[in-house]
Design a protein around this ligand. Structure first.
Ligand code: ZN
Ligand code: ZN
Length: 617
């Protein structure tokens, strides 16, 4: 609608429907496969649910007692208070498995351990007040005998200093593998108002006393040996230097009414890296002391404790049906159906079909619009059924330019009928034969809608002849006395004239043979004067009979139009029919220009538009 702009229009795509059983069934099979995939993924991933992450809290309670033979203290029974270490971190618990005990330390002066303190020979080697990161105390400046062989600097420290550095092997508390731990885990999904515990409502006291992980994976009580074993470690090995074990609790909850399920699953793995631990600072240890007072003097027992820390990690999510999520999921999967189109289009374009069928599909699918600058010509050879589309070249002769595409010849039905009728009449007796009204009427309709250059008088064909003078105006309109001698290399029929313009260098044939201009139909369909006069009269019934130069030009262009209708039928859209040199020459011979000047070849489309704009039609 004019003046309405973008607001008043709606654009939609044009579709091409291909009638093919193979392609149709392929399309539906692919679509069904995609639909199946989408449904499976929908149910498998529960993509129709909205999801919330959990909020969790963990408490633990370790139980078990073990007899420990401490060096210097004899057998001691340790219970949970002794082996749990001084403090508990959040979501984790610690179990001492090995220990180095240094008993009855008091504040005083004693020689440093030979391994850590520097060996000395005299007091001069020891600096009073000095210390380093490895020393147990502050040097006093004297050099003392540490044992029979070595002398070390004296330090003021808790004496005697801890001498042992390597943990005992086997571990003193290897029996800790029989300890058990009860893990209490409360989770909550705030948005869903859902609370749950890993001690399920149906678990009673009797159940908790007797349950074992071996036969019930939901049992919240774990034997430490089992935990370490399921993490892929050996308890007795790990107990020597200690380490970190992760207890992972995963909740995957479906809160939909029909499929309600919300249970924990437990798994275990070692969190510190065993291999890199071997060389430097292995395992896990810390020191703590128990203080006492003997005769008013403070003394302590120092423990270097090795042990396993168990970290409880809880993660998981809950999902509940949500219509919005379902719609979003369905929307996000719609684009998968484009795969069908992509794949079938690819099949059509490749090896699945013959080149001919593929060509037809792509012609229907793709409408190519040529750049205004690029001139597409169409060429028809008498020994080829198809019409070739070629790009106009300024250097190569038209006969040799490679076609951009080949299209089937589309018959102009009106012209075909008229032509057959004319051919049935037989050869015209002479040129004064009056046109038959019957064949006239049958011929005319096609000319009325024939968009070929024959509609135009000479100026329209070449609005400005001075721009492009015919390269051989004088010689071409006269019969050549020796055509064979001057036959150009690109000519296959032997009747074409040489030309300096590459776009005029076109023969009527692809391979050597007789010229179409010498065939009887050419005579009858293109050249016959009564026919051309009838066509001109049909087109302009009241025109005064032109004479002289105009008359010949009108007949000549009418003949070109006849040739185009005959050889090209309906020319491919956007392409300009090119008339072979031999045919042009034959028409010029028949209807010569008195002054020997011709327009030369111009693409019909551009010429007609310009001519119409200039009011020359
Ligand atoms: Zn030729
Ligand atoms: Zn020819």
């Amino acid at each position: 609608m004019p003046g309405c702009g973008l607001l008043c229009q709606y654009d939609t795509s044009k579709l091409v429907r291909i009638q093919s059983v193979r392609l149709g069934s392929l399309k539906w099979s692919l679509n069904a496969a995609i639909l199946l995939f989408i449904c499976v993924m929908l149910l498998w991933n529960r993509s129709y649910q909205e999801v919330e992450l959990l909020v969790s809290s963990v408490t633990t309670k370790v139980k078990g007692v073990a007899r420990v033979r401490l060096p210097g203290a004899g057998d001691v029974v340790w219970d949970q208070v002794d082996y749990s270490g001084p403090s508990q971190e959040k979501n984790s618990f610690f179990v001492v498995t090995n220990v180095i005990v240094t008993q009855n330390q008091k504040q005083g002066k004693c020689p440093e351990v030979p391994l850590k303190g520097r060996l000395c020979r005299s007091d001069a080697d020891c600096e009073a007040g000095g210390w380093d990161q490895q020393s147990h105390g502050i040097q006093t400046g004297s050099c003392l005998k540490a044992d029979v062989l070595k002398k070390t600097c004296e330090v003021s420290a808790w004496c005697p200093v801890e001498t042992r550095t390597k943990p005992p092997r086997p571990a003193l508390l290897a029996a800790a593998e029989n300890f058990t731990v009860l893990i209490k885990n409360n989770i909550r999904f705030p948005a869903f108002h859902f609370i749950r515990r890993n001690i399920l409502p149906e678990m009673n006291d009797g159940y908790l006393r007797s349950c074992r992980r071996d036969n019930d994976t939901l049992c919240p009580i774990f034997r430490l040996g089992d935990v370490v074993r399921e993490a892929g470690e050996k308890f007795s090995e790990m107990a020597v230097e200690g380490g970190v074990i992760g207890i992972l609790i995963r909740w995957d909850c479906n809160l939909d009414r029909l499929m309600r399920r919300c249970l924990p699953s437990y798994s275990f793995r070692r969190l510190d890296e065993k291999e890199s631990n071997r060389t430097l600072y292995p395992g896990l240890n810390f020191r703590f002391a128990k203080y006492s007072s003997v005769d008013g003097a403070e003394q302590r027992t120092l423990y270097k404790a090795f042990g396993i820390r168990f970290d409880v990690l809880v993660f998981g999510q809950a999902g509940r049906f949500s219509f919005v999520q379902l719609v979003l999921y369905v929307g996000s999967t719609l684009s998968y159906y484009a795969l069908t189109t992509v794949m079938i289009d690819w099949l059509i374009g490749t090896s699945c079909y013959s080149a001919e069928v593929g060509q037809i599909y792509s012609e229907k699918k793709v409408e190519s619009v040529a750049d205004k600058q690029k001139c597409i010509l169409c060429v028809s050879y008498v020994d080829e059924r198809n019409i070739r589309l070629v790009k106009r070249s300024q250097k190569k002769s038209l006969q040799l330019v490679k076609p951009t595409s080949v299209q089937p010849h589309k018959e102009d039905i009106g012209h075909l009928r008229a032509a057959i009728f004319l051919l049935q009449l037989g050869p015209a007796p002479d040129s004064s034969h009056k046109p038959d009204p019957a064949h006239d009427s049958s011929h005319k309709p096609d000319l009325a809608h024939n968009p070929d250059p024959s509609h135009k008088p000479d100026p329209a064909h070449d609005p400005d002849p001075s721009h492009k003078p015919d390269p051989a105006p004088d010689s071409s309109h006269k019969p050549d006395p020796a055509p064979e001698r001057r036959r150009p290399a690109w000519c296959q029929c032997g009747s074409c004239a040489a030309s300096s313009l590459p776009q005029e260098e076109l023969c009527c044939r692809r391979s050597a043979g007789a010229c179409v201009a010498s065939s009887p139909p050419f005579e009858r369909l293109v050249l016959r004067r009564p026919l051309l006069e009838a066509v001109l009269l049909y087109r302009d019934p009241l025109a005064p009979p032109p004479a002289g130069r105009g008359r010949a030009a009108a007949l000549r262009h009418c003949a070109y139009g006849q040739y185009v209708s005959w050889r090209f039928g309906v020319p491919p859209p956007g392409a300009h029919p090119a008339i072979p040199s031999c045919c042009v020459r034959r028409v010029r011979d028949e209807y010569p220009s008195p002054d020997g000047r011709y327009g030369g070849f111009r693409p019909a489309g551009t010429a007609s538009v310009q001519a119409a704009a200039n009011g020359e039609l």
